[in-house]
Design a protein around this ligand. Structure first.
Ligand SMILES: Cc1cc2nc3c(=O)[nH]c(=O)nc-3n(C[C@H](O)[C@H](O)[C@H](O)COP(=O)(O)O)c2cc1C
Ligand code: SF4
Length: 435
């Protein structure tokens, strides 16, 4: 039986993904037509039943987020303008599935965002697209124009009194701008640094107005949920999370790219070795480890290969879905070298707003460099490393600093010997030795 599904990627092989006519041939815009006959509350009820977990990395249930947003716009600030924002920053290394959706299924994404616009009676939506995705940005602009011409965007959509339009914002080129509040600051033309929360963005978001922020893959699932209903969508997935998942395979596996898999039915072994998926290790080498969910996700080892790829099973094994990235590394890779490059990334991308992340990543990198050289590191360095990780994880202002050491701590458990290989018995007590 095939390990692949095409629930979300249905219609992906359209000869012209920007054409509304082509999109309608595969059922495109049927969900929007249905949605405008429903109330916002009914739409939210379907999204809740679907148990769609946010696909941006944090796996927050979309239904809960939408329900909270409804409370804000109906009860707390009913007169305020409200915005729908699609997070298409896709800055997580090893992650390239949102690009596939925007490239091959741009109208499905537009339909999902428009349904959200209708649900919350918003007038404007924004897609914040990674700055490097220039070609995608142009394509989205063309797809939006086609949707406008066909009456699916603009004034009186489908003959109703619903007016809604979507605008493209080019990302600022910083990883932290994918964090939802930094993304809103960047969209407003400010420096892309995270905001303090609360207040939640649903209450005080873009231009300080109620705002819904969801990931590309999350929005792209909405038309399907409306078409088949939340219950059927949940059934197509796993009891803890409806639907399928796009995963991005890269590194030392034979087959690389984006694959749509059913949640709860394939193991990590299938993902790496099945001929339809990763196809095994290129060049016939041995697997050493795999890195899930991007640089901020955990590293797993061969003992965990039989873990089922579902949100709960991965979580119980100390792993996570995150962004859907699966980076496969063979035995030629030194774990310390790999972690140094991960930490260099965070040193580069830390926005510098808070000390635990700005200084913590830098000092972690220095210790990793020492640990890589025989005789450079002492036993006390490992204690300092442990303390640094604890402080950075617990005291950083935003998710970047809070999750920057997840790869390190997970790898430390699996590859303790490599961490200790170069350490001498000499004690180190002064943290300022690294300043
Ligand atoms: C440093 C950092 C970078 C992030 N980058 C992205 C990103 O590129 N794309 C994305 O969808 N979410 C990203 N997120 C998560 C967003 O803050 C937010 O949770 C997400 O857009 C919500 O959408 P979802 O609920 O549909 O997943 C990032 C979070 C952090 C802390
Ligand atoms: S944790 Fe602090 S320094 Fe790091 S990116 Fe977030 S706000 Fe900036």
């Amino acid at each position: 039986m095939s390990k692949l599904v095409n629930i979300l990627t249905e219609g992906m092989n359209s000869p012209n993904p920007l054409s509304v006519t082509e999109y309608e041939k595969t059922g495109g815009f049927a969900a929007l037509k249905k949605a405008v006959t429903m109330t916002g509350t009914d739409i939210i009820a379907e999204v809740k039943k679907a148990l769609l977990l946010g696909r941006g990395g944090a796996a927050f249930p979309a239904g809960k987020k939408w329900e909270y947003m409804e409370r804000i716009v109906c009860c707390d600030v009913p007169a305020a303008p409200r915005y729908i924002v699609c997070n298409a920053d896709e800055g997580e290394p090893g992650t390239f599935k949102d690009r596939l959706i925007m490239d091959k299924l741009p109208l499905k994404l537009i339909e999902g965002i428009t349904i959200a616009g209708y649900t919350f009676n918003a007038k404007a939506g924004y897609i914040y697209v990674r700055g490097e995705y220039r070609k995608i940005q142009k394509q989205l602009i063309a797809a939006l124009e086609n949707a406008r011409k066909a009456g699916f965007l603009g004034k009186n959509i489908l003959g109703t009194d619903f007016d809604f339009d979507i605008h493209i914002v080019s990302g600022a080129g910083a990883y932290v701008c994918g964090e939802n509040s930094a993304l809103l600051n960047s969209t407003e033309g400010k420096v892309g640094r995270p905001r303090i929360k609360p207040p939640r963005l649903a209450k005080v978001g873009l231009f300080l107005q109620p705002t819904l922020v969801n990931n590309v893959e999350t929005f792209a699932n909405i038309p399907l949920i409306i078409n088949i209903g939340g219950d059927a969508y949940l059934q197509a997935g796993h009891p803890d999370s409806g639907g399928s998942k796009l995963i991005c395979l890269s590194g030392h596996c034979r087959n690389k790219g984006v694959f749509e898999i059913p949640l709860g039915e394939v193991t990590l072994r299938d993902i790496i070795y099945d001929p339809e998926l990763g196809g095994g290790i290129a060049g016939g080498g041995q697997l050493k480890f795999f890195h899930l969910g991007g640089q901020s996700g955990p590293i797993g080892c061969i003992d965990q290969l039989d873990t089922i790829y579902s949100y709960t099973d991965l979580w119980n094994a100390g792993l996570s879905v995150g962004s859907g990235a699966v980076v496969v590394m063979d035995e030629s890779v030194s774990i310390l070298e790999y972690l140094k490059s991960v930490t260099e990334f965070f040193v580069h991308e830390s926005c510098g707003k808070c000390i635990p992340c700005r200084e913590g990543n830098y000092h972690i990198l220095k210790i990793l460099r020492k640990l890589s050289v025989p005789g450079e590191a002492a036993a006390g360095d490992l204690d300092i490393l442990r303390r640094l990780v604890g402080t950075m994880t617990g005291a950083s202002f935003c998710g970047l600093g809070q999750s920057a050491a997840i790869a390190l701590t997970s790898a430390w458990k699996h590859f303790k010997a490599e961490f200790e290989a170069n350490v001498t018995a000499k004690a180190v007590s002064q943290i300022n030795q690294y300043s």
